[in-house]
Design a protein. Sequence first.
Lengths: 116, 114
Amino acid sequence: DQQVKQNSPSLSVQEGRISILNCDYTNSMFDYFLWYKKYPAEGPTFLISISSIKDKNEDGRFTVFLNKSAKHLSLHIVPSQPGDSAVYFCAASLMYSGGGADGLTFGKGTHLIIQP
Amino acid sequence: DTAVSQTPKYLVTQMGNDKSIKCEQNLGHDTMYWYKQDSKKFLKIMFSYNNKELIINETVPNRFSPKSPDKAHLNLHINSLELGDSAVYFCASRSSGGRTDTQYFGPGTRLTVL
C-alpha cells in the first residue's frame, strides 16, 4: 500500500523550461513533506521541504506547492538546467503528529531528464 | 568532511553468511536511520534509533539488527543472508527537535547476495 505516489517514472524537459514533478499522498496525517534529489551511486540529497501549515515554499529555482485538500504536492524547477537531471523522490513525515521518529515515507521517484 | 558515511560501498557475499554495514555521521545528530531500497526502487524505513531507543519497522526480519556503539554510529548487522536481502542500504541521520524533519543520507551500500 503506497502512501506516497509518484505516478510519472520519468519526465523529459528542455533546458531553460519549467520542470514540474508531481506527488500524491493518501495518509492525511502526514504533516511535513520533502523533496530529495538522487544521482546514480549516491545517497538522496535534501532539496526542499514544506510543512502542512503552508501551501508554498520557494528556494532559488525550486518551489514546492502543497494542496492539502487534494493531498497533492508538486516541485517546480525553473529554469531547468542540465545538472538537474536526476531522480527526484517525494517524501512525507508524521513529524508534528508525533511520529517523526518513524522515518520518512518515500515515493518511487521520478527520473528527470533535462535535454539541451 | 563527509556528513554521513557508510562502509563498505559494495558488498558481495554468499547466502547464509553474516555481514555488517557501518554508518557514521559527523553532524552531531542524535537520531539515525537505516533504509532499504529494493529492486523496485522503493526506499523504505527499516529502523530509527534515538538516544538508545530503537523503533523497528515490523516488516523487517529479526535477522537484521542495528547496533549503536555511540551517538555518531549506527551499524547494521545481518545474519543468515538471503537472496532477497540484495538491495541498496542507506543510512541517514536527523537532529531531533527543531522545526524540520530533514534527514541526511549516506551514499549507500549495495549488497549483493549470491
